[in-house]
Each structure stands twice: as structure tokens, then as C-alpha cells.
Design a protein around this ligand. Structure first.
Ligand SMILES: Cc1cc2nc3c(=O)[nH]c(=O)nc-3n(C[C@H](O)[C@H](O)[C@H](O)COP(=O)(O)OP(=O)(O)OC[C@H]3O[C@@H](n4cnc5c(N)ncnc54)[C@H](O)[C@@H]3O)c2cc1C
Length: 471
């Protein structure tokens, strides 16, 4: 149901229900999983149903230049609005590769305290909830390209995309188990001795405090989650070792868009036309796990889409003509975008400096993407050694940019000194505060995050439902 803040405050509902901060895919997936088990929850969302002048975060303090993107990065990538980032996402979905969750060949590679197999059943439910047709195809870790032992394909599938603010509102309105209050910004969590007891809120500019009795789930995005916990950690009793990890290890999915135009040798070009390698309009071509381990490289994929003959520039057309003269067949020319796992995670407190804390959810984000250059070079060498006939670089170099996949600021770990939450997404040392969203990812491979965010959130919802008596 939709409720006004005054009604919520007088009902005392926060004391008896699971409280979820946010209303993006992570928040709604937790609420949905709880609802399936008959457990009620209250969602507190800072934004409103439609975009207003205040729809996005404030951008003062954000330095685009640090980040390799324009100053509009936070405006583009953080939505303070009912449904969060689902208002703008593209719906690209695939699962994390097994190796992206654990590498022992790379020093300091952050390890997940979960295995891919632990997520598989939740990917199934998330696929249905995200309305991904044929989602089972994207559960496949890698499809070997027949006849080319160094080449693998990672299938992607697509949500329509679901826009949760719009598409889920009717469900929430009718649901007796989900209560949504909009226009409520959570400022901090109050509590002591490792137990949260109340939330400090801003409602229409007025400060309010509401008592909470049960579990609190922070699902406020990777910047919001870290900032809320940072503001609350000392009073809650989060240990110094864990606090030191809040807001650190921020990482993205660096991309080079239109890095090159590629022509493959005829046998490979022919093989790649087969349906099993296609992800809608593109092919996601990647190296084998063995190749990455042998060369101690973080992961990457080429997203290859065919370019119509009338869109080729004069250099590309000349190479295509030459190709036909050599092989006697018309070539397929592919536009290649390179998606990458981030090699170095920022150890700076990227999202927590004092100036931005005062502005609540604003984010000062810093990323060092310079180490990615090595991956761009390695990816080119790998492709040229494994079936590419020609690589045509664009006339202006494609920059390495971030794409709006924010991760890692409250990462999951085996022990409190290495991260912020445990394998159940519970903040170390606090019995009733949990995190949902890609802030908990220790690493992210190159897979777009939302499918994994939703799988983890459904898993968290199940966990909270099963813990009802204890929390
Ligand atoms: C342009 C674009 C395209 C994308 N395309 C894809 C794609 O194709 N595939 C993919 O997997 N991912 C994609 N993403 C990423 C995807 O949108 C995010 O992974 C996803 O939205 C994260 O969900 P979330 O619920 O964790 O956080 P969010 O969606 O960020 O939601 C957080 C919510 O919390 C609210 N909030 C924040 N702070 C507070 C507070 N203090 N109090 C109350 N409420 C608060 C916000 O208003 C917001 O509604 C894309 C992102 C962008 C920007």
C-alpha cells in the first residue's frame, strides 16, 4: 500500500516490520521476497514517483575529471526517484562468471564468501522477476566457440526493461504486505551495542526520528549505502576495522565504446553466425578462464555488432574490398566495444568526504582507470592472435570510461577486517542492519550488475523471512 509519512509515524509500523531504505531494484526485490513468505515490510524512498527538479543528487563536489567522465556522471547515473536506477537502465542481463567471484592467481583479488552455485537458484527467481525471456541461457558460464579453443561466448539476455517505479506501483498499492512511503530521506541509523533502534529522517525538510524494532535493509545505491553507514557506524558500534572499509574499494565497469572495427578470418566469421552465440543484436566474445589465469589478467569481453556496408568509412570499405579479393566472400564487419572488469579498486574513501556528507547523498567519486590500458592492449593482442583478420582503430582514440555501474563501497567479505557485510549481507557486528545492492559486491567481472543485485536481494529477503523470530 502507499502511505503518507504522518500515517506511518502514527501507526508505529516501523517497530514491527522490516524497514527497507530505497525503492530501486534491490529494495523492491527484498520486499517482494519477504511478501512471498508473508512477511510485511516498509519501504522508505527519498524520491517521488516522477522526475522533479530535485530528482537527482546534487553534483557539487563531484569532479568528473577524476573519474574520466563528464561532470554529469552523477546526474546520469544516480536516480533519486521511485524505482531508482530502473527508470533509466537498459535491461542488459547476464550472470557473473564463476571466476569473477574468486581468483587466487591475482594478489589482493577480493574474494566473495559465496560461490556462484550459491546464487544459481536466486538467479532463477530473479530472471522471472526481471521478466527476462529465456533467462536460463544467461546462467551459462561460457560457451566454447567450436573449433577455436581460446574463444568463449558469454550469453546476455534482456529485461524489457522493467521500470519498477511505474511497473510495480500497482502491485505495491494493492499489496497488504508492502508499504511504501515517498519523500522520506533517511539520514542515519541510531542504536547501540550492535543493535539498530531508530532512524533519523528528513521529511519535507523537517527532522524526524522513528523507532525501528526489526531488521533494517539499506538499499540506497552504492553511494547511498556507504554514506548512510558511515554516518551511523560509530554510534551503532561498528568496529574500527570494519568502519575503515566503508566507502572504500569503489569500482566500476570500464568500457571503450567503438574501440575498433573488426573483420574475422572466414572460418571464424562463419562459425559466429550460429544462433547459440548471439545475444540479441550482438555477440559477447571473451577469453577462456585459463588464458586469464595464465596471464594474470582481469576479465574482459568484446561486444560485437555488425556494421551495415553503407555505414563503413572509406578505410573500412577498402579493407572489406581487399578481404573479398583474398577470400572470395563478403566480410561481416563488426563494431567492437570492450567491456572490462576493473583491475584496481579504489582504496580512497571515494564517497565519504566531509563536504559531501553534509549534502546527504551527494557523491564525490574518484576512480583510477589508468591500469585498464594494459587490459585494452592485452585484449587487442588476444583477439588478433585468435582469429581476427583485421583491426581498424577509429581516427580518434576511444577513451576508457565508466558506465554507471557503481560497486564495492560496503563489500562482502569472510572477515570484518576485509569488508563491511558478511555472506548474509549483514553488517559485521550489528545484528539487525543489512545491505542490498552492488555496494556489497567484492568484485564484479564484466557482467552488468542488476541481475546479480536482484538475485542477492531475493536471497536476503528469504534469509530475513527465515530469521523473523530472532530479529
Ligand atoms: C544509464 C544507465 C543504464 C544502465 N543499464 C543497465 C543495464 O543495462 N543492466 C544492468 O544490469 N544495470 C544497468 N544499470 C545499473 C542499474 O540501474 C543499477 O544497477 C540498479 O539501478 C541498482 O539498483 P539499486 O536498487 O541497488 O539502487 P538504485 O537503483 O540506485 O536505487 C536506490 C534508491 O534509493 C533511494 N535512496 C538513496 N538514498 C536514500 C536515502 N538516504 N533515503 C531514502 N531513499 C534513498 C534512491 O532515491 C533510489 O530510489 C544502468 C544504470 C544507468 C544509470
Amino acid at each position: 500500500m502507499l502511505t503518507a509519512f504522518t500515517e506511518l509515524a502514527s501507526s508505529g509500523a516501523l517497530q514491527s516490520q522490516v524497514v527497507i531504505v530505497g525503492s530501486g531494484p534491490a529494495a523492491l526485490a527484498v520486499a517482494y521476497a519477504l511478501e512471498e513468505r508473508g512477511v510485511p515490510s516498509v519501504l522508505l524512498e527519498s524520491g517521488e514517483a516522477s522526475k522533479t527538479e530535485q530528482w537527482n543528487v546534487l553534483t557539487g563536489g563531484f569532479k568528473g575529471a577524476d573519474y574520466g567522465v563528464a561532470d554529469s556522471y552523477t546526474q546520469l547515473h544516480i536516480r533519486r526517484q521511485l524505482g531508482g536506477g530502473s527508470n533509466v537502465w537498459g535491461g542488459w542481463c547476464t550472470t557473473m562468471r564463476e571466476m569473477s567471484m574468486s581468483r587466487t592467481d591475482i594478489a589482493d583479488y577480493p574474494q566473495w564468501p559465496l560461490k556462484r552455485a550459491d546464487l544459481t537458484p536466486f538467479y532463477g527467481r530473479a530472471g522471472t522477476w526481471l521478466k527476462i525471456p529465456d533467462y536460463e541461457a544467461s546462467l551459462v558460464d561460457a560457451i566454447p566457440v567450436s573449433g577455436f579453443d581460446q574463444l568463449n561466448v558469454k550469453p546476455f539476455r534482456f529485461s524489457p526493461p522493467v521500470r519498477y517505479g511505474k511497473d510495480f506501483s500497482e502491485h505495491i498499492e494493492k499489496s497488504p504486505k508492502i508499504t511504501l512511503v515517498q519523500g522520506v530521506t533517511v539520514l542515519s541509523i541510531k542504536g547501540r551495542h550492535g543493535h539498530a533502534e531508530a532512524l533519523e529522517l528528513s521529511v519535507g525538510g523537517e527532522a524526524r526520528t522513528l523507532k525501528c524494532g526489526k531488521a533494517i535493509v539499506l538499499a540506497a545505491g552504492a553511494v547511498g549505502n556507504a554514506r548512510l553507514l558511515a554516518r551511523s557506524a560509530a554510534e551503532l558500534g561498528v568496529s574500527d576495522a570494519t568502519s575503515a572499509n566503508v566507502g572504500r574499494y569503489f569500482f566500476e565497469h570500464p568500457h571503450c565504446y567503438s574501440l575498433a572495427r573488426i573483420l574475422f578470418a572466414p572460418e571464424l566469421a562463419q562459425e559466429l553466425t550460429k544462433k547459440q552465440y548471439q545475444s540479441s543484436s550482438f555477440i559477447s566474445l571473451m577469453p577462456t578462464a585459463d588464458f586469464l589465469v595464465k596471464n594474470k589478467l582481469t576479465d574482459f569481453n568484446f561486444q560485437l555488432s555488425t556494421v551495415p556496408a553503407d555505414k563503413l568509412d572509406s578505410r573500412e570499405a577498402a579493407i572489406a574490398k581487399n578481404y573479398k579479393a583474398i577470400y572470395g566472400v563478403e566480410p561481416a564487419v563488426y563494431n567492437a566495444t570492450l567491456g572490462m572488469e576493473q583491475t584496481v579498486h579504489s582504496k580512497d574513501f571515494s564517497v565519504l568526504d566531509d563536504g559531501t556528507l553534509k549534502r546527504k547523498n551527494d557523491g564525490h567519486l574518484t576512480l583510477d582507470l589508468t591500469a585498464q590500458k594494459k587490459i585494452v592492449d592485452a585484449a587487442k593482442t588476444w583477439l588478433m592472435a585468435n582469429g581476427a583478420h583485421a583491426w581498424v582503430s577509429p581516427t580518434t582514440e576511444s577513451p576508457i570510461v565508466a558506465v554507471g555501474h557503481l560497486h564495492g563501497t560496503t563489500r562482502m567479505a569472510q572477515t570484518p577486517d576485509k569488508g563491511v557485510v558478511d555472506a548474509d549481507c549483514r553488517v559485521f557486528g550489528i545484528d539487525n542492519v543489512f545491505m542490498a545492492g552492488s555496494s556489497v559486491f567484492p568484485s564484479g567481472g564484466f557482467a552488468n550488475p542488476t541481475y546479480t543485485i536482484v538475485a542477492l536481494a531475493i536471497r536476503l529477503g528469504d534469509h530475513l523471512a527465515s530469521q523473523q523470530k530472532q530479529i
